[in-house]
Design a protein around this ligand. Sequence first.
Ligand code: GTP
Ligand code: MG
Ligand code: ZN
Length: 341
Amino acid sequence: MAKRKLNRRQAWRVQKIQEERLARSERKRQSAAPPSGSELGPEERGRITACYGVEYDVEAADRQSHRCVSRQNIDSLVCGDEVVWQPGSGGGVIVARRERRSLLSRPDFHQKLRPVAANVDQIVVVSAVKPGVSTGLIDRYLVATETVAIPAVIVINKADLLSDEDSADLHRRLQPYRTLGYPLCLVSTRQTDGLACLQPLLHAKTSIFVGQSGVGKSSILQSLLPGEELRVGELSESSGLGRHTTTVTRLYHFPQGGDLIDSPGVRDFALWNVSIREIQWGFVEFRALLGHCRFNDCSHTVEPGCAIIDAAQRGDVAMARLASYQQIVAALQTGWTNATE
Ligand SMILES: Nc1nc2c(ncn2[C@@H]2O[C@H](COP(=O)(O)OP(=O)(O)OP(=O)(O)O)[C@@H](O)[C@H]2O)c(=O)[nH]1
Ligand SMILES: [Mg+2]
Ligand SMILES: [Zn+2]
């Protein structure tokens, strides 16, 4: 159809209608925006305990929770962030974010690196007898925790499913972590006192649980906080993997002190934006040996005179840890750090 040529009056009317539409949408946008300063109460300090897209739960000093939106000039807000907020009639407005002590990021489902939690003092790497303990995966998590310089604790859940012969093998595989000084707990939510080893480690600090979906992160938290209603999922029988039951990252308080952030598990954990140097630094037992290899640029994989390979052959570095490091490096070189055990 040929374009109809408008006379001046018709063109003016079309323009007028467009302007009215724009003004209407702008009015709508403004009414959805946070209230202006004059309608808000005094500034208060608080902490973000959960994020839902553009809304946040902010906990005030009196532990009351307030649903808030954020001023647009705050770049990113995550669970654990300490903020300044102002109460309003229909909820509050976050007006500033305080400086972070630490920030934890990880790839989302689209493999984009996203911040997950702030001001965390300790990372609890959770693995489980079912779907299985992968030391390769634990090593990748430990590289990540060492990179952000946040202390790690290793937890192996579902000890109730461990047979006597598997138990000996598991203890052998976990020995290197004990030697390195990582606190390590074998726990179960199905046994009386099954969490006794973990409980004191969570006292008086903010911890976050990380680990594959289905390892029982929420179940452990539920056992430690019987008063809370947490969502715990069933393991898919066919795959033995969980179904990402937890969908929102949320901070909980223990009555005896200490906070814990529960976050959705990831089926796979790849190391993103880490350099070979950071990976080497992430293997804590390598640190004293770095710089002692025959070649300056030694990758500790095939080179003769490698101080780390020599140490592994002497038994000073666990062979499994060296193999794990080499797998991560090999995977990094192919552009994907999806190493298995
Ligand atoms: N046998 C056994 N099963 C457990 C134990 N702890 C948790 N489970 C089961 O493991 C399954 C997964 O538990 P969740 O707590 O939802 O796992 P999650 O790590 O929070 O999973 P996401 O939220 O998806 O990351 C559930 O069916 C639990 O009942 C345990 O100690 N022993
Ligand atoms: Mg969960
Ligand atoms: Zn070397």
